[in-house]
Design a protein around this ligand. Structure first.
Ligand SMILES: Nc1ncnc2c1ncn2[C@@H]1O[C@H](COP(=O)(O)OP(=O)(O)OP(=O)(O)O)[C@@H](O)[C@H]1O
Length: 779
């Protein structure tokens, strides 16, 4: 450890210079943004250039603001001889010493010399990988700890074999900085780990972009952290490819997304769309709840066939001829549409293999053609032609219609209200929402799937069409959209969503321009920026975006159901159903995907216990598995308790190895409901300014939650808990992926009894703590 004051003040000098450079860069971008926001009119080319400039500088200002905390966190010193000829891009071995930080910074005055190397650049890699046994030219790795802009401590590792032998935890990189990060109090928001990424994590973060990578790891092994850093790494390394296609990250629920939402911005990355499965059908907010058993049925692969049957069921066949009375084509005339005619038209339309809504045009053509022929026959035959007493007009001629006349009749028929009504009835144009909600709203429609689902399964799916959609409906809506096809109405809906996104984006650009005035900015800069934001409003700015599409790929992707992402990352991947995977595979035709999860933590009934089962249908055996085996979250004392539960799930599974011990044993006491608030208060006192999670069986939360909420200040309870509050009362499902300094698990037997995957749920509950665990058992 070398943290003497001379060293600290030396590093302070360097770090301060970096912050000065950052300020300059931010002000320069803010000024350019303000200038562009003020401009109006011009040639189309000038407009396009201006729009790209606004996007670029908006991003830059946001990025320079985001990397403020911990801008520079590391330094590498190399062997003599390694340091000559600093590489300008920070990618070469050059600069000695080499400073590592959140973004790359260059010295413009000196030939673009690298002042700070982006943690994702190849030149930063030894910071994470160099070991005493394989130092890669590195003689010393230094972690620079800062608070605001001040250097407060330095942790040095000298990479020689002598030092390696003395290390307590072999294989850890930057042990002191790591352990300090792990034992820090939690804030309710996940933090990035760029300063202390471990070698096994680094290899996953930097794995090649192509193909499906599955990361299996027990609780607390950093899967979520790795997934997020991988997104940032991929966007940096494959910028051109991914900035046009964006990266999608799927997480289990809104609370979890809020928990992780700060990580990518703090890494200055904006090209990512974060969402739950329920968010992946633009235009639908899927927040309705339903029993786990029903969601499980909806997740089965057979549902694809059920929906295909539901679509066919909507293509009606009348039992008897349908009368159609005409209004204009031939007033008062009634035509009859025969079942056989409808059947033939239906067969032709189906054989086209077009999606339902797009095949309607073919169906219409067939029916109208048949009606036109019928009408031509009717009006084209003189009823008195053969009548010898026919008078002046006898003997009559049959009226003959040429192709042009028939075409005219068809055009007329297409305007007839009864014709249109009949076509709509026989082959209705449907939205995915109408198809899915309509199916579940009707026993008769569900019966169309009677060969695929049992009677009780169909009964389980039956529900009131009012009340919206559930997350498990979203893959069904997506499947339905594929079966129905994108028609004009869906294109118009997309255009409207993009318009809304443009307004939101314009508001964001203005917000950033306003907020970018740094405290010590010169007046001149401030005035320039404020005057720009005074004279233009968001909708006006959005209008400027109307013709060119200046939204980022992630923003466009959020509005567009058919978007093909450049890479898809799935967290808690074990929870997704086969139908959910179908949706995700559609969003990722390149199959460039990272799935992170733990099959021992599967709680969802539709989730998986084997990765092969998920990926084999899409990529056969061409997926790679990486494992994380070290638990950074849960101390050894707590993991020992969780390991017993893991053995009950599957004796062949091994718990991850905890990286630290706290010396605090978990406690077990009988549950006394009246005393529960006091127990929670005691735990809150134990962790100081840290966070407490109280994990309660879903069936008892209504009984046990409110008394805690009444007695404990700063508590949250409910479906969308604000985790920045000191105490959160949650079900296991809500606690998935989260962590707290102290956790109280209430009535573990009830947690186990509540679900067929109850042991998995208990395992999740027991592994949420970073410091303390208490268990309250019911008598
Ligand atoms: N290299 C690291 N440096 C610092 N902290 C780390 C590191 N790796 C993981 N952590 C921390 O360990 C905790 C657990 O990480 P994370 O939530 O990513 O694990 P997980 O594998 O997704 O867990 P689970 O499956 O239980 O949800 C987090 O607080 C994370 O910041």
């Amino acid at each position: 450890m070398s943290s003497n004051s001379a060293e600290i003040s030396h590093e302070q000098g360097y770090v301060s210079a970096l912050y000065r450079r950052l300020d300059e860069m931010r002000e320069q971008s803010a000024r350019r943004l303000a200038t562009l926001l003020r401009q109006a009119g011009g040639t189309p080319q000038a407009k396009t250039e201006r729009d790209s400039g606004v996007a670029l500088y908006t991003d830059q200002v946001a990025q320079y603001g985001a990397v403020e905390a911990g801008l520079c966190f590391g330094r590498l010193d190399f062997d003599e001889g390694e340091g000559e000829g600093a590489a300008a891009d920070g990618d070469g071995p050059g600069d000695n010493p080499r400073y590592i930080g959140r973004i790359g910074i260059f010295d413009e005055a000196h030939d673009h010399r690298s002042l700070l190397v982006d943690w994702r650049a190849p030149a930063a890699r030894p910071f994470y990988l160099a070991t005493a046994a394989s130092p890669d030219g590195v003689t010393r790795r230094r972690h620079i700890r800062t608070r605001r802009r001040s250097v407060v401590a330095l942790d040095d590792e000298v990479l020689d074999l002598e030092a390696a032998r003395e290390s307590v935890h072999e294989g850890l990189t930057g042990e002191a900085a790591l352990l300090s990060a792990l034992s820090a109090s939690r804030t309710g928001r996940m933090r990035d780990i760029v300063e202390t990424i471990q070698a096994e994590q680094d290899r996953i973060i930097r794995a090649p972009l192509d193909g499906v990578l599955v990361v299996q790891g027990g609780p607390g092994t950093g899967k979520t952290a790795v997934a997020l850093h991988r997104a940032a790494y991929l966007l940096y390394t494959h910028r051109r490819e991914l900035s046009t296609r964006a990266v999608l990250i799927v997480g289990p629920n809104q609370t979890f997304l809020r928990y992780i939402s700060q990580v990518l911005p703090s890494l200055a990355e904006t090209g990512v769309l974060l969402g739950t499965l329920g968010d992946l059908f633009p235009g639908v907010i899927a927040r309705r709840s339903e029993p786990a058993e029903v969601a499980e049925i909806k997740g089965r692969p057979v549902m694809a066939d059920v929906l295909a049957a539901a679509v066919r069921d909507r293509q009606r066949l009348p039992d008897e001829p349908l009368p159609i009375t005409l209004e204009t084509a031939a007033q008062g005339e009634t035509l009859y549409l025969q079942p056989a005619t409808v059947r033939a038209a239906r067969e032709r339309a189906r054989r086209s293999d077009k999606p339902h809504n797009l095949a309607r045009a073919l169906f219409d053509t067939e029916i109208v053609h048949s009606l036109a022929t019928q009408l031509a026959e009717k009006i084209g035959t003189d009823p008195y032609a053969d009548d010898p007493l026919g008078g002046d007009d006898a003997p009559g001629e049959e009226i003959l219609f040429d192709e042009g006349d028939l075409a005219e009749i068809r055009r007329e028929l297409r305007k007839e209200p009864e014709v249109l009504g009949t076509l709509d009835w026989l082959w209705p144009i449907l939205t995915p929402q109408q198809l899915v909600a309509g199916l579940f709203a009707s026993d008769k429609r569900l019966d169309a799937a009677s060969s695929l689902l049992t009677e009780s399964e169909r009964a389980a799916l039956r529900r009131d069409p009012r009340g919206g959609f559930t997350p498990a409906d979203v893959p069904l809506l997506d499947e339905a959209a594929e079966l129905l096809g994108e028609d004009e109405a869906s294109k118009a809906a997309l255009a409207e969503r993009l318009r809304q996104a443009r307004i939101a984006y314009a508001e964001g650009a203005l917000e950033i321009a306003r907020g970018s005035v740094s405290i010590d900015a010169e007046d001149e800069v401030e005035n320039e920026i404020l005057s720009a934001t005074d004279i233009i409003g968001a909708s006006e700015l959005a209008e400027r975006y109307e013709d060119g599409d200046r939204l980022t790929a992630a923003q466009r992707a959020a509005a567009d159901r058919t978007w093909a992402f450049g890479h898809v990352i799935v967290d808690e991947a074990q929870e997704l159903s086969p139908m959910a995977w179908r949706l995700l595979m559609r969003r990722c035709p390149s199959r460039s995907m990272t799935a992170v999860g733990d099959v021992a933590q599967t709680g969802d009934l539709a989730g998986t216990s084997s990765w092969d089962g998920i990926f084999a249908p899409y990529v056969a055996d061409r997926w790679r598995l990486s494992e994380l085996k070290v638990n950074y979250r849960t101390p050894a004392e707590i993991m020992a308790v969780a390991a017993d539960v893991l053995a009950r799930i599957d004796p062949s599974l091994e718990p991850p190895r905890s990286v630290r011990q706290t010396g605090v044993e978990p406690w077990v006491r009988p549950l006394d409901a009246a005393q529960l608030p006091k127990v929670v208060l005691d735990e809150a006192a134990e962790v100081g300014d840290g966070r407490v999670g109280v994990i309660v069986p879903a069936g008892r939360i209504a009984e046990l939650g409110p008394p805690i909420a009444d007695a404990v200040p700063e508590v949250v309870l409910g479906a969308q808990p604000d985790l920045e509050k000191r105490v959160a009362v949650l079900t296991v499902r809500q606690a998935k992926g989260l962590e707290f300094d102290a956790v109280v698990v209430v009535d573990p037997d009830a947690i186990v009894a509540e679900s067929p995957r109850g042991q998995n749920d208990l395992y999740v509950a027991l592994t949420r703590a970073t410091q303390r665990l208490g268990i309250l058992t019911a008598a």
